[in-house]
Design a protein around this ligand. Structure first.
Ligand code: SF4
Length: 64
């Protein structure tokens, strides 16, 4: 699984960080989420999928 945040879509409200803080990060000085772990373990899939579902602008892409 590869996780991507589309920085052009992200509005920085941080729902993804709440769902999967080990995979996503929103630095204090940023309004775009970063991917902390681009290739998370398969055990994290449910949390990443929840984050993608919660994202209000569909900025989270999951490949594989
Ligand atoms: S939930 Fe979506 S819009 Fe919000 S910070 Fe995460 S990627 Fe960006």
């Amino acid at each position: 699984m590869k996780v991507i945040v589309d920085s052009a879509r992200c509005n920085g409200h941080g729902e993804c960080v709440i769902e999967a803080p080990d995979v996503f990060d929103l630095p204090d000085d940023s309004d775009v989420a970063l991917v902390r772990d681009e290739f998370p373990d398969g055990a994290r899939r449910a949390a990443v999928e929840r984050a993608a579902a919660m994202c209000p602008v569909a900025a989270i892409l999951i490949e594989g």
